[in-house]
Design a protein around this ligand. Structure first.
Ligand SMILES: CC(C)(COP(=O)(O)OP(=O)(O)OC[C@H]1O[C@@H](n2cnc3c(N)ncnc32)[C@H](O)[C@@H]1OP(=O)(O)O)[C@@H](O)C(=O)NCCC(=O)NCCS
Length: 180
């Protein structure tokens, strides 16, 4: 994994020393549950998450250059549901969150653009996916800004077994190239 840079952000792997600031942002009830993951319960829990989901390949901390502090996360992971593509075609799903004090500055679209470029240019993706829970209009706006096309809404459930319809989108390499 390499580090990526955008105008205001450095995207680099999560580090153990990020656990306290991760806990500060990810213990917020308005962040994780909207994205489908539970709030962090302690700094130790955040460290476990850094060693687990946030330690996966192509998962990056969004470090705000101005302060040098992580303010969110972005990653590429296997899509759900995948498209029926020829064997060997690479497809990945983009996910992201931003700490609440930093909402509304366009940081998620900025990081998303950087990751989409990485998916197509470095990782050989044919298609990038993205999705949001149907109630999550903030994420829908990010997906629109990134140029995705709506595909379908799938029935999903949250961690407590409650219905959580999820709207799924795709961005093909052809559409991405046309937009640039
Ligand atoms: C979705 C999220 C990543 C957007 O990040 P961001 O950097 O604020 O993105 P933007 O600045 O482009 O704002 C997107 C939309 O959020 C809404 N928004 C902006 N600031 C807001 C605020 N302070 N409070 C509530 N909504 C706000 C606006 O509708 C905005 O759309 P607009 O630019 O057309 O007005 C962020 O809200 C977040 O982390 N939410 C919780 C986790 C999550 O939902 N992750 C995505 C899972 S699919």
């Amino acid at each position: 994994m390499k580090s990526l840079e955008t105008a205001r952000l450095l995207l680099r792997p999560w580090q153990d020393g990020d656990a306290p600031v991760l806990y500060r942002w990810a213990s917020d009830l308005e962040v994780g549950p909207r994205a489908g993951w539970p709030v962090h319960t302690s700094v130790e829990n955040s460290l476990e998450i850094i060693h687990g989901p946030l330690g996966q390949p192509e998962t990056y901390a969004l470090v705000y250059k101005q302060t040098g502090e992580p303010v969110g996360s972005v990653g590429l992971f296997p899509p759900e549901p995948p498209l029926d593509l020829p064997a060997g075609a690479v497809q990945l799903e983009l996910g992201y969150w931003v700490a609440r004090p930093y909402w509304g500055q366009g940081l998620a679209p900025e990081a998303g653009r950087g990751m989409i470029r990485r998916a197509f240019e470095d990782l050989g993706c044919a298609v990038v996916h993205c999705s949001h829970a149907d109630f999550n209009h903030q994420s829908r706006r990010v997906i629109e800004k990134l140029g995705f096309t709506y595909r379908l809404t799938r029935d999903a459930v949250d961690g407590d077994g409650n219905p959580r319809p999820t709207c799924c989108y795709v961005l093909t390499r052809e559409n991405w190239e046309r937009q640039h």
